[in-house]
Design a protein around this ligand. Structure first.
Ligand SMILES: C[S@@+](CC[C@H](N)C(=O)[O-])C[C@H]1O[C@@H](n2cnc3c(N)ncnc32)[C@H](O)[C@@H]1O
Length: 275
C-alpha cells in the first residue's frame, strides 16, 4: 500500500482543514504510515494505541479486506458499480483500481466529509478510461443528498445493482446520528441484486482494551462507538449475508496472505446481497 502524495505536510494544512481537532481520516492515515496527519491526530492516535497496541495492524487488515471485497464483488458477484462512503485519504491501490483491474468499465463514487480527503480527491478520480470514478464531498448523515448527487451526476445507474461499501465508518456515528436509519435510507434506494459491505470495530473480543481506546478517542473529541456482533448484524436486516457471514476481518474470504489470528482484529465484517 502506498499513499497518493509522498510529500510530508509538515503540519501545514490545505484550506478548510482544521488542525486544532483530531479527525478520524487523519488518525487512520497516521496508523497506516501516511503523512496527511497533524500533531493533534497523532496525539489521539497514540492515546488509542496505548489502549490497543495492535491498532495499526488492524487498520492494515481493514485495507486488505477492502481489496478482497472489491475482487469478490467484481469477479464473483458481477458488480460494476460501487458507492463507497467514508473513503478516507487515498491509499493505493484504491477501490476503483482493484475493481477496474478486473472489469475496466466499473464505476465508483467515493464519498467522504473530511476536507483533507477532498484535498486529495484527484487521486480518487484517476479512472480507467473505460469506467468512471468520482468524488462527492458529503456526509453519511445526509443520505438524501448523497443519493441526489449520485443521480444528478449520472455516474451510477441506480436501476442496476450497486455495491454500497461502508468500511470502518459506521463506528463514527453515535446512536443520536441514527446509523441504522441512514444505512436504511441508502439501501432502500438500491435495486435487488445490490450488495452491502460493512466492517465495524467491536468490544466482543477484548472489552477492556476497546473501552479504553473508545475513552481515549472520546476524551479527544472523536465520536467512536464499538458495536457487538448483534448490533452489527442489524445493519444487514432483510439482506442475505454471503458466505462466510459476519466474521472477524481476517476471516472474511482470506486470500492466502500470511494468516493473522482473526480474533486479534477487533472488527466484524460482512457482505450481504439484497434479495
Ligand atoms: C477510519 S476511515 C476509513 C477509511 C476507509 N474506508 C478504509 O477503510 O480504508 C473513516 C473515514 O470516514 C470518514 N467519515 C467519518 N464520518 C463521516 C460522515 N459522517 N460522512 C462521510 N464520511 C465520514 C472520515 O473522514 C474517514 O475518511
Amino acid at each position: 500500500m502506498s499513499r497518493s502524495d509522498a510529500g510530508s505536510r509538515a503540519d501545514s494544512a490545505p484550506s478548510g482543514v482544521d488542525t486544532s481537532v483530531p479527525h478520524s481520516a487523519r488518525i487512520y492515515d497516521w496508523w497506516l504510515g501516511g503523512k496527511d496527519n497533524f500533531a493533534v491526530d497523532r496525539a489521539t492516535g497514540a492515546a488509542m494505541l496505548e489502549a490497543i497496541p495492535t491498532l495499526r495492524m488492524m487498520a492494515a487488515e481493514n485495507r486488505r479486506l477492502v481489496h478482497r471485497i472489491a475482487r469478490y464483488l467484481v469477479a464473483e458477484a458481477g458488480i460494476r458499480q460501487f458507492l463507497d462512503i467514508g473513503t478516507g485519504i487515498p491509499t493505493r491501490p484504491n477501490l476503483h483500481e482493484i475493481a477496474q483491474a478486473i472489469a475496466p468499465e466499473t464505476r465508483v463514487v467515493y464519498v467522504d466529509n473530511d476536507p483533507i480527503v477532498l484535498a486529495h480527491a484527484r487521486a480518487l478520480m484517476m479512472s480507467h478510461p473505460a469506467g468512471r470514478s468520482e468524488y462527492v464531498h458529503a456526509d453519511l448523515r445526509d443520505p438524501e443528498r448523497i443519493l441526489a448527487e449520485v443521480t444528478r451526476r449520472g455516474t451510477l445507474d441506480l436501476g442496476q445493482p450497486v455495491a454500497l461499501t461502508l468500511i470502518a465508518i459506521l463506528m463514527l456515528l453515535g446512536e443520536a446520528d441514527d446509523p441504522i436509519g441512514r444505512v436504511r435510507a441508502l439501501t432502500d434506494a438500491l435495486p435487488s441484486g445490490s450488495y452491502l459491505a460493512i466492517t465495524h470495530p467491536t468490544p466482543d473480543f477484548n472489552p477492556e482494551a476497546v473501552a479504553a481506546a473508545v475513552a481515549a478517542a472520546t476524551a479527544n473529541g472523536v465520536t467512536l462507538v464499538a458495536r457487538t456482533r448483534a448490533e452489527v448484524e442489524r445493519f444487514f436486516d432483510g439482506w442475505e449475508l454471503v458466505d462466510p457471514g459476519i466474521v472477524p476481518v481476517p476471516a472474511w474470504r482470506p486470500d492466502g496472505a500470511p494468516p493473522v489470528d482473526p480474533e486479534a482484529v477487533y472488527y466484524w465484517s460482512g457482505v450481504a446481497r439484497k434479495r
